[in-house]
Design a protein around this ligand. Sequence first.
Ligand code: ZN
Length: 160
Amino acid sequence: MRKLLVFIFPLMLFSCNGNAQKNDKASQEYEVTKTDAQWKAELSEGQYRILRKGDTERAFTSPLNDIKEPGTFVCAACGNPLYKTKYKFDSGTGWPSFDRPIEDAVSYGRNTSFGYEDNEVHCARCGGHLGHVFEDGPRNTTGERHCINGLAMEFIPEGE
Ligand SMILES: [Zn+2]
């Protein structure tokens, strides 16, 4: 019996360990990962607060609100293409709003390392906090409203 335990015990350890590693990886599996100090040095103060600390900019402050020309909104932290002007609509909220993201560009939900809420939207490449998604968007398209901080994005006009 004692011999059997000797075999079982290491196996249990191994399997617990395996799970722990998997969980760690899930929170860090972004293609772009940097330390907090690196992000702080690279981003403006406002960008850092929103992208890395989950803050929200004041409504009607982003110049990206008014953009109507064709182009792509990319992540201000890592350059990942997130949204297109053709997905943008005037929600009247004071934040750039889109009815859908570029496919696979964003991920949703809780990231315990950031303290995300369930409806939070973040960049699928670097994990940066972008904004929130709501279900009161245009009913003639997706019904989704991606309410995104302008400071979390940069606009690249089509052809550039
Ligand atoms: Zn990003």
